[in-house]
Design a protein around this ligand. Structure first.
Ligand SMILES: [Zn+2]
Length: 124
C-alpha cells in the first residue's frame, strides 16, 4: 500500500508533468480508468498500463527516498519495465531507451498509438 505521502508526491508530480508519463510522455489516469477508456477508446486491458504510478528516480533499492525531488509520475508499464530488468538502469537511461523504442513503434502496442493519435478532439 503506498503511503499517503507518496500518493501526494505522485499527484504533484503528475500535475507538474501535465498528466503525462515521465518516460513515454503519454497521458495517464489516476483514480479511475473509466473516463480514460471512454476518451481514448482503449481496451481496459491496455488502459491498465497507463495507470499513474510514483516512480523513484533513484530506485528505492538503491536508497532512493520518498521525497519530492526523487519522485516523478510514470505509467505503470514504463515503471515496471524499468524495475523488472535484471540490472535496472538509472532513470535517465531508461528514459532514453523508452523514447528511442517509442520512436520506432516498439514500446506500446500499435493500438495505443492509434488511440492517442486520434487526439483529444471530439469523437467523430
Ligand atoms: Zn510511460
Amino acid at each position: 500500500m503506498p503511503s499517503n505521502k507518496l500518493k501526494n508526491l505522485r499527484k504533484q508530480a503528475a500535475q507538474r508533468q501535465g498528466g503525462r508519463c515521465f518516460y513515454c510522455e503519454l497521458p495517464m489516469w489516476d483514480d479511475s480508468p473509466r473516463e480514460f477508456i471512454v476518451h481514448y477508446g482503449l481496451s481496459p486491458r491496455l488502459a491498465k498500463r497507463f495507470r499513474c504510478t510514483a516512480e523513484h528516480l533513484e530506485a528505492r533499492r538503491d536508497g532512493g527516498k520518498d521525497v519530492e525531488p526523487n519522485i516523478v509520475a510514470a505509467c505503470l508499464f514504463c515503471n515496471t519495465t524499468r524495475h523488472k530488468a535484471t540490472h535496472p538502469v538509472d532513470a535517465a537511461r531508461h528514459a532514453s531507451v523508452v523514447r528511442s523504442r517509442l520512436a520506432k513503434g516498439r514500446w506500446h502496442p500499435p493500438q495505443v498509438k492509434a488511440a492517442f493519435s486520434k487526439g483529444t478532439g471530439p469523437p467523430v
